[in-house]
Each structure stands twice: as structure tokens, then as C-alpha cells.
Design a protein around this ligand. Structure first.
Ligand SMILES: [Zn+2]
Ligand SMILES: [Zn+2]
Ligand SMILES: [Zn+2]
Length: 334
């Protein structure tokens, strides 16, 4: 089991935070069935992670009013599966209704169709986006400020990008946008770790966010807005304080030999301000997030891992209102 290996790995950052015995923090939960030919593991993983997030699960429970899409209603399908998680006596549940709703909902785009494998991170993002449209159908996802939209209230990072030239002082118009997942290249991440080692700095867990930011902006040079000839780095500024921050680690090639290195450098804490050039929200300035869930991909199969809030509390890890971060990562075990 990948996560167990991960925790036992000598020198792994996870081992330092989660002491022996923390294996027990693997919460026993109900599985979701994935019969041969269904290829539903990408969807099951996304659903499992959402179910395990206390703040999402509880918020969804309190919501009823939505614009229903019948057979294609992701909101209803997710509600139904959550209710089964809570009340069913079965150890493993079928996710067929959710699979059908997703396929129906994305029929026109030919995405997430029955029997076909798909990407768990994109599935996770699209579930959140569809829930937004079921709750606030007339609002653009980039402009959503609705208090009832759990997707944006809990997961959205509200950002703007801007180029500021250090040489001539010119700056580009700030470009605002929101996103549910920040994608970062694993190769760039490993390069940043190497650069840090060359500077003889020791990798501390709180530096993880800064490494991610450096990896995210490395080699991403833009032209000076007033064309003074200077090449400048993009600045990303976070304007809100998301309760759940999701990082998607992407590989640049199908067969990467960086798996071990990436694993060694993952941390279970994410100091939110380190992830961006600047954060403007007062709460975000001190926000320290703990890893609460992970979706991994290995040998053409997705699996999800989550830490139970109770287990985290047992380990004396403070959980401020259930804030946390999620890692969506494709790891090539075996
Ligand atoms: Zn519905
Ligand atoms: Zn929304
Ligand atoms: Zn310039």
C-alpha cells in the first residue's frame, strides 16, 4: 500500500510529523466499487477525498436547494453517495449513479464517458465546478461570491497575475482569476530542491510552499510591459483565504525517475503565504495548512488517502476549522 510505504520511508518528511503508530490514522471507511471494465477509480478517488473533508461533507449536507439536472445532476448524485457512506452497512458501495451523472453531464464534451479511464485531478475540479453551476447557475465561475456555493467558498483561490518590471517600473494590468487546483511540475520542483541544496540550505518543512512557488514561476519569464527589454517573472497574488488549498503535481513525462525525489521533498505542512508572491487576506497571512488528503496514481490505477480529523487531533496537530491542503499526485510506485 503506497501510503504505508510513504510513511515508513526513512528520511521522508511525513515520517517526522506522523510518528510511528500514525498508520492507525488511516481511517477505516467504505470503499467504492470499481468492477473490471468500469475504470471508475479516477472518480472514486475524487469522491472519497471530498467525503473525507469534514468542511465539505458537512456543508453539502446542509444544502438542498439547487438547479437539478435530473440524470446529469452531479449535486444529487454526490448527495446520494454521501448518504450511502453515512447509512449503508455495506463495506463497498457502487458509484454507478455518480459515474452516470458525470458521463451524462459531460456528454457533449466527450469527457468522463462510461468505461473510459480519465484524470482524477480534472474530475475533482469539474465536480466542484458543476456543483457551482447547480447552486448559482447564472454566475460565472471566476466571479462567484455566493455564500451558498461551497465549491468557491471552500476551495477557490482568488488570484491575480501581474508583471512588474524592476528595471523601468512598468507594470501590466492585473489579471484576476480563480482556480480550484494549482498545478506544479514535479521536474521544476526537483530542480528547485537541487538549487536550494547548492546554496547549502537545509530543507525544512515550512519551505515546501516556497519551493512550490519557485517551481511554479521558474523559467516562466515574460516580456516587460513597456518593452524595455527586461525579462520579468510573473507575480501571483492571493486575495482570499481558501479553507482547502489543492496542489496538483504533474509529471513532464510518462516515465519519470523522480518519484523518490519528489516523495522525499513532500511536506505535510503548507505555509500558505509561501505559495504566492504576496497574500493580501489577513487570515491567509498566517495560514498554515496540513495535508489532509491525497490522490495518487500508480500502475494505471488511482487511489485516495485521507487523514481523519480525529487522528490529527490525537497527534496534537491543530486543525483550525478544518483547513487543510490536498495533494493530487501521480506517483509511479512499482
Ligand atoms: Zn439535482
Ligand atoms: Zn461558485
Ligand atoms: Zn521594463
Amino acid at each position: 500500500m503506497a501510503w504505508v510505504k510513504f510513511l515508513r520511508k526513512p528520511g521522508g518528511n511525513l515520517g517526522k510529523v506522523y510518528q510511528p503508530g500514525s498508520i492507525l490514522s488511516l481511517a477505516p471507511t467504505k470503499g467504492l466499487l470499481n468492477e473490471p471494465g468500469q475504470n471508475s477509480c479516477f472518480l472514486n478517488s475524487a469522491v472519497q477525498v471530498l467525503w473525507q473533508l469534514d468542511i465539505f461533507r458537512r456543508s453539502l449536507r446542509g444544502l438542498t436547494g439547487h438547479v437539478c439536472q435530473g440524470d446529469a445532476c452531479i449535486f444529487c448524485a454526490l448527495k446520494a453517495i454521501f448518504s450511502q457512506f453515512q447509512h449503508s452497512r455495506e463495506k463497498a458501495l457502487p458509484s454507478d449513479n455518480m459515474r452516470h451523472a458525470l458521463a451524462e453531464s459531460f456528454k457533449d464534451e466527450q469527457r468522463f464517458q462510461l468505461g473510459f479511464m480519465d484524470d482524477a485531478a480534472e474530475c475533482f475540479e469539474n465536480i466542484l465546478e458543476r456543483i457551482h453551476f447547480h447552486l448559482v447557475p447564472n454566475s460565472d465561475t471566476d466571479m462567484c461570491t455566493s455564500k451558498s456555493c461551497i465549491s468557491h467558498q471552500k476551495f477557490a483561490m482568488t488570484l491575480y497575475e501581474q508583471c512588474v518590471c524592476r528595471s523601468c517600473g512598468a507594470s501590466s494590468d492585473p489579471l484576476p482569476f480563480t482556480e480550484f487546483v494549482r498545478y506544479i511540475s514535479t521536474t521544476a520542483l526537483c530542480n528547485e530542491v537541487e538549487r536550494m541544496m547548492e546554496r547549502h540550505e537545509r530543507l525544512k518543512p515550512e519551505m515546501f510552499a516556497e519551493l512550490l512557488q519557485a517551481a511554479n514561476t521558474a523559467d516562466d519569464y515574460r516580456k516587460c510591459p513597456s518593452n524595455c527589454g527586461q525579462k520579468i517573472k510573473i507575480r501571483r497574488v492571493l486575495m482570499n483565504c481558501p479553507e482547502i488549498v489543492t496542489i496538483g503535481l504533474v509529471w513532464d513525462s510518462e516515465h519519470s525517475d523522480l518519484t523518490e525525489e519528489v516523495m522525499r521533498n513532500l511536506a505535510t505542512q503548507l505555509y500558505l503565504p509561501g505559495l504566492f508572491y504576496r497574500v493580501t487576506d489577513e487570515n491567509a497571512k498566517n495560514s498554515e495548512l496540513f495535508l489532509v488528503g491525497m490522490i495518487c496514481y500508480t500502475s494505471r490505477h488511482y487511489c485516495a488517502f485521507a487523514f481523519h480529523t480525529k487522528s490529527l487531533l490525537n497527534l496534537n496537530i491543530p486543525l483550525e476549522l478544518g483547513h487543510g491542503y490536498l495533494l493530487l499526485i501521480e506517483l509511479f510506485f512499482l
